[in-house]
Every structure is written in structure tokens, then in C-alpha cells.
Write a protein that binds this ligand. Structure first.
Ligand code: PHE
Length: 350
């Protein structure tokens, strides 16, 4: 109905059109406001019939009764609609028209994402995943890896011991490198494995240390593997992980179980080499330690060091995730602060 020809009836048409969107409370109030016997707006308009000339009354009566029926139908239709939305159980307070609670949507932790991505990149290069125990003997954690007994290099790992002598002590592994030994002992070369897992050191937690932390170890041993394979593979990895144009550099370093040893740095992802607080103005960020597997380690593991050579690396995905997502403090990663986790999950609005 567009217009009725009578201004006092036309004034009610927008209210007729609004009925389908009224909620329960507004619907009851509107029915009284329009059709109520005393105050109803339509009831009042109908009284105007008295003021009309007798020959005009019939036409007005037809139109106004039509409008009244239209209102009654609209109210009844909306009433039935709302009733259908409500569960009609006597005494039930369940209201299915109530808005629902926002759903919690989980997401992978940033460190988990980094680990998955690293494993995926190396999988394309033929690397499988291996795991080993977190409680280790001194021999697997140090001895087999060419740490001399009581060498100061062992101090730098600040070990958490699980048992004291006599005999060989049990400890929480200080790195994932003992799994190199377990992999090599399990069967003959070639090996291409990636080893994700927890490592533990007696460190005080600060912005870049936590006493328990994740590592990923990599090991490749085969005939004819040289330092060029290490450099090419790890450079490829860094560029796949960060960006194809990321600058990398290898710095000489020391580990008892590799010779020569190096640290791989990548261009600071925050300032792109210009120097900022995150990279301590150097323009570089340390990504991982690596080197050619020491022949003594191969021999300790029963691998023929005359025939086979290889390389290994160790990386901390927690720190890598800090670099990737520009996180200033490692402790945020395990702090469980939902505001932090939501941001990194891309759910700031959740
Ligand atoms: N295990 C070393 C560390 O935790 C890292 C490393 C692994 C270095 C393999 C070289 C080769 O610091």
C-alpha cells in the first residue's frame, strides 16, 4: 500500500512497513499504539469518519478497514515469526533469539609455525625428521660430540643435571646435537635429518634466554659432502625463510663437534642492514651455528670418517620467530598473554 488518498491514513503507512523488523517487546507496544481502543493511532483516524460528508463515508470506510486488516495481518505474521524462533517449552527460559557468544578460534603458536616452515623447506631438500630423548647421558650430550672431559666448553652450556655420580650422570640435554649421535648409531650413512626438540640450560630468563627452549638440529652426512654444500644449503634456506634477496654472511666460530665451525647471520629483518636497537646497530642477526661434522664425532658414532663427510647446524626457532615477527622479548612467547597471541595469530579483533 503506497497511499490511501487520506493524509491521516497515509501517515500510518511507514509504521505498517516497519512491523516485520520489530522485536517482541516493540511489537506488543506498537500493536497497542496503533490498534488500541482508546489511544490507538488508527482508531483515532477512523473516528474522523464522523466529520465526513455522508456520501464520502463509504469510500473512506472501505479504505480504512483495508488498512486496519493490513495492520492486523502484519502483526500476526510477525508474531508467528517470533514464536517460531523461540523454543516453545512450557516454563523454559531458553531464548533462541539471544545473540550467541563469540567463538574462540585457535591458531598455531608462532614458534610452531616457524618449526613447521623450516621442516617444510628442508623436506624439499630430502631431509627427514628425527627425534631423541630430552634426558641424556653425559656421553651423548658431550663425550661423543668431542667435548673433552671438564673442558670449559661444557661450562658455556650450564648444564642441569638429573643425577649425580658415581658413574655416568644423567642430565637434561643442553642442545639437540646428541640426536646426531643417536641417528648415526642407528644405521649406516647417508643421513639427512632435521631434529626439532627441547633443550635446557641453567640460564636466568631474560629477553633472549629461557631455561627451556626449542632447537632444530640439522645433519647431512654422505660421500663427497663439502663446506660448499653447507654454505649453499643454509644460504638457500635463509632466503627461502626470509626473502630471496636477504643478505647472509658466515662468521668463523667454534664448536667441539664441528671443524671448521661458523655462525650464519642474516641481514636484520627490522632495519634491513641499516642498524637498529634490535640488531644492536650491527645490521645483522645471528640465525644459527653450523660446521663440518668433526671426524672424531663420525668415528665415535661408528661412521667411517675416511669415506664420509658431512655438516650440521643448530638453530633456535624461538629467536628465529622473534626476528620474523619482530617480538622484542622471548618471554612473551611462553607467557600465555592472549593479547600477544591474538596479534600474532592475526586475530587482533577476535
Ligand atoms: N649445538 C650447538 C648449540 O646448541 C649448535 C650447533 C649444532 C652448532 C650443530 C654446530 C653444529 O649451540
Amino acid at each position: 500500500m503506497d497511499h490511501t488518498g487520506y493524509p491521516e491514513l497515509d501517515a500510518l503507512l511507514p509504521r505498517l512497513a516497519a512491523i516485520p523488523s520489530l522485536d517482541r517487546g516493540a511489537l506488543d507496544a506498537e500493536r497497542i499504539a496503533v490498534l488500541g481502543r482508546k489511544q490507538g493511532a488508527l482508531t483515532a483516524a477512523l473516528r474522523a469518519v464522523a466529520r465526513l460528508a455522508p456520501e464520502e463515508r463509504k469510500a473512506f470506510g472501505t479504505v480504512s478497514n483495508g488498512l486496519k486488516e493490513a495492520f492486523e495481518t502484519a502483526f500476526a505474521t510477525r508474531e508467528a515469526e517470533l514464536a517460531a524462533e523461540r523454543l516453545d517449552v512450557p516454563g523454559s527460559t531458553l531464548d533462541l533469539t539471544m545473540p550467541g557468544r563469540a567463538r574462540w578460534i585457535g591458531a598455531l603458536h608462532p614458534i610452531t609455525r616457524v618449526v613447521d616452515e623450516i621442516i617444510a623447506i628442508f623436506r624439499e631438500l630430502g631431509f627427514a625428521v628425527a627425534v631423541g630423548p630430552e634426558a641424556e647421558t653425559e656421553w651423548f650430550n658431550f663425550g661423543a660430540l668431542n667435548f673433552p672431559p671438564d673442558h670449559p666448553a661444557m661450562d658455556m652450556h650450564d648444564t642441569l643435571y638429573l643425577s649425580q655420580g658415581p658413574g655416568e650422570r644423567l642430565l637434561l640435554r643442553t642442545h639437540t646435537s646428541p640426536v646426531q649421535v643417536r641417528v648415526m648409531q642407528a644405521g649406516p650413512p647417508p643421513y639427512r635429518v632435521l631434529v626439532p626438540g627441547m633443550a635446557y640450560r641453567n640460564d636466568t630468563a631474560d629477553a633472549s634466554h629461557t631455561p627451556g627452549f626449542l632447537q632444530i638440529e640439522g645433519l647431512a652426512v654422505d660421500e663427497g659432502i663439502g663446506f660448499v654444500d653447507l654454505k649453499a644449503t643454509l644460504t638457500h634456506f635463509a632466503r627461502r625463510f626470509f626473502s630471496p634477496t636477504t643478505k647472509v654472511r658466515f662468521r668463523p666460530s667454534y664448536f667441539p663437534f664441528t671443524e671448521p665451525s661458523a655462525e650464519l647471520d642474516v641481514e636484520c629483518q627490522i632495519c634491513h642492514g641499516k642498524g637498529c636497537a634490535a640488531c644492536k646497530q650491527t645490521g645483522w642477526m645471528e640465525l644459527l651455528g653450523c660446521g663440518m661434522v668433526h671426524p672424531t664425532v663420525l668415528t665415535n658414532c661408528g661412521v667411517d670418517a675416511e669415506r664420509y663427510t658431512g655438516w650440521a647446524f643448530g638453530l633456535g626457532p624461538g629467536r628465529t620467530a622473534m626476528q620474523r615477527y619482530d617480538v622484542p622479548d622471548l618471554r612473551l612467547m611462553s607467557g600465555g598473554d592472549m593479547r600477544f597471541l591474538r596479534q600474532l595469530a592475526g586475530q587482533e579483533d577476535a
